[in-house]
Design a protein around this ligand. Structure first.
Ligand code: GLN
Length: 449
């Protein structure tokens, strides 16, 4: 598939041919179920949009039954920005319902297949976006990352996925899951394309009160893979990863050293509290955010009800899937009086500690190298126990809790031909160094698709 950079250089007639060609390719790979629909808006270079980003006139559903039939009345800021840059929204990407999950198995539209092995998950929650880019049925895609939902599917499908610093990209028009963690980011075929798309969607937006009003210098035009950087590896992180991930780690460390970077070794104790803190903060915020789906304001409404209370209960019981209900229950519990201090407040304190621990490491290192997931893509139904699924997020969620930028990129394939990706983590608002390091690592490992 043509890269985003190449596509942006094409004249208008060729872009329309490209769009037609893409429609054919998407039809040929329908079995992947990466696209939930093939809506098109505008005429530019086609970009696949995760189904939780508002595109005016589209039935944006966040993979949920409760939003079937809901038509977005406005464009998200990122959509306005991509259109201004000559790109256009092209299809809605499948995802875990309300972005809750790590496998895209909880979507109302059914599962998405991993293009490398149809028996395996593409990762989640941005599984449709990752599978489509990996299969060559999307040039590039937008995803969202609350606890790894861009990086983990990118790693499972062998593509590049980047989560910007919290506040860097406007959340205006992103269906809220956990507002203090959510960020939109690029999912692309290579690091340079990720930098290009990142530049397009970034910047201050007064409509998002958490948008950061900090100076912004475009990164793609300033990419420099010749910078020599100090990269920290977290030794206790890697001990719990599978053999495949450890082997990719060894490859990456050697590649970084061969490329002239300095690798230093560190430990992080916060890592073991990441999951507990994340699943308290994320579910607490989700329970509040999802209260707006009440059958009155959005989407589906239960029929034949006799009271307002029955309307709420039936709409929500019928409209939400199992995992979403589990999270709302958990989130309501940790916020309830008597438990608030024990759970929510404590999780916020742990979040501080995790952030401080990262900051300590960044006093000595420019970047951190870390696994994305403990294993390559797992099989469908392999993680039937929700807790087991949550545990598989161990490596990605610390980054969200600390609000840091990170990029996942493919390193090598395992013996079964499955991609294994790793991530680089950067300092707050230092996306330039993150992309520079990622470009250098990408060249050094020379991953073969
Ligand atoms: N797997 C994590 C969760 O289920 C992360 C999801 C995400 O980043 N949206 O919460």
């Amino acid at each position: 598939m043509i890269t985003l950079k190449e596509a942006l250089g094409l004249p208008e007639e060729e872009i329309s041919l490209l769009r037609e060609d893409l429609v054919r390719k998407i039809e040929e790979r329908r079995e992947l179920n990466a696209y939930v629909s093939l809506d098109r808006a505008g005429k530019g270079v086609p970009v696949l949009i995760k189904d939780n980003i508002q595109v005016k006139g589209w039935n944006v559903t966040a993979g949920s039954k409760i939003l079937q039939g809901y038509i977005a009345p406005y464009n998200a800021t990122v959509i306005e920005k991509i259109e201004k840059a000559g790109l256009s929204p092209f299809g809605r990407a499948n995802m875990d319902e309300f972005a809750m999950g790590s496998s895209t198995e909880t979507s109302y539209y059914g599962k998405t297949l991993n293009p490398h092995d149809p028996k395996r998950v593409p990762g989640g929650s941005s599984g449709g976006s990752a599978a489509a880019v990996a299969a060559g049925v999307a040039i590039a895609a937008l995803g969202s990352d609350t606890g790894g939902s861009i990086r983990q599917p990118a790693a499972f499908c062998g593509i590049v996925g980047m989560k910007p610093t919290y506040g860097r990209v406007s959340r205006w028009g992103l269906g809220a899951y956990s507002s203090s963690l959510d960020q939109i980011g690029p999912m692309t075929q290579n690091v340079e394309d990720a930098a290009i798309l990142y530049d397009i969607i970034s910047g201050y937006d007064r409509r998002d009160s958490t948008s950061a009003d900090v100076e912004y210098t475009p990164v793609a035009a300033n990419l420099d893979e010749t910078r020599r950087l100090t990269v920290a590896v977290i030794d206790n992180y890697i001990e719990d990863a599978s053999q495949d991930v450890q082997s990719a780690y060894d490859t990456a460390v050697k590649a970084l050293e061969d490329a002239g970077h300095t690798v230093i070794h560190k430990e992080m104790i916060g890592a073991k509290y990441d999951i507990a803190a994340y699943y308290i903060v994320a579910t607490a915020e989700a329970s509040a955010n999802l209260s707006r789906y009440d059958g009155i304001r959005y989407g589906n409404r239960a029929k034949d009800v006799e009271s307002l209370e029955e309307l709420y209960i039936r709409t929500r019981s019928e409209g939400f899937g199992e995992e979403v209900k589990r999270r709302i229950l958990l989130g309501s519990f940790v916020l309830s009086s008597g438990y608030y201090d024990a759970y929510y407040l404590k999780a916020q304190k742990v979040r501080h500690l995790i952030k401080n621990e990262f900051e300590e490491i960044f006093k000595e290192a420019d970047l951190i190298l870390s696994p994305v997931a403990p294993t390559p893509a797992f099989k469908f139904n392999e993680m039937a126990d929700p807790l087991q699924m949550y545990l598989s997020d161990a490596y990605t969620i610390g980054v969200n809790l600390a609000g840091l930028p990170a990029i996942a990129l493919p390193i090598q394939k395992n013996g079964d031909g499955l991609p294994v990706g790793l991530q680089l983590i950067g300092r707050h608002f230092d996306e330039q160094t993150l992309f520079d390091g990622a470009l250098s690592l990408e060249k050094a490992v020379a991953y073969e698709k």
